[in-house]
Design a binder for this molecule. Structure first.
Ligand code: SF4
Length: 163
């Protein structure tokens, strides 16, 4: 059995996003890895008990996932509800699952306040992007898991197939 990969459930076609949609990624490597039993799916937010659909949430005030982990930033819903604790639990759940199942890689959808690894949104709910990681991606990286965004799947394929 080769390397295992933690994957955002919404990338695998599960309708678990805040808006009740999926964001499926079609790539032959995903089918192959699934057949090889390498994929470990999780929606961190659902694992922490968040419903579908749920209000959109962003990390407040232009901060990033690492700031949430260190307690200096909050995750807020568009109507102002504070969901910081849920997002921290979501990240812990993803890390625990990655450890239990031996995932050294993660393939997560970009832009999410949990799963984003290249960009997130700036907390103004106006669609403005900010380079940075969501809470789950930041915690995984801090713990040595190599995180790739959906747009980086070819780089992940090259890395895994080289081993
Ligand atoms: S938390 Fe991650 S897996 Fe769950 S819906 Fe958001 S982006 Fe997808």
């Amino acid at each position: 059995m080769g390397a295992k990969i933690l994957v955002s459930a919404c990338l695998m076609g599960h309708a678990v996003r805040y808006d009740g949609q999926a964001k499926p990624l079609v790539h032959p490597a995903l089918d192959r890895w699934r057949g090889e039993g390498r994929l470990v799916m999780i929606c961190p937010e659902m694992s922490a008990g968040m419903p579908v659909p749920r209000p959109p949430a962003e990390i407040a005030e232009g901060k990033v996932g690492a700031d949430v982990l260190s307690g200096i930033a909050r995750v807020l819903e568009s109507q102002g509800g504070d969901v910081t604790d849920g997002f921290l639990q979501a990240a812990e759940n993803a890390l625990a699952l990655a450890r239990e199942t031996g995932c050294s890689y993660a393939l997560l959808i970009d832009g999410s306040p949990s799963c984003g690894s290249g960009f997130i949104y700036d907390g103004s709910f106006t669609g403005l992007r900010l380079p940075g990681e969501g809470v789950t991606a930041a915690l995984l990286r801090t713990n040595g898991i190599r995180v790739f965004s959906d747009k980086e799947i070819d780089a992940l394929v090259a890395l895994i197939d080289a081993h």
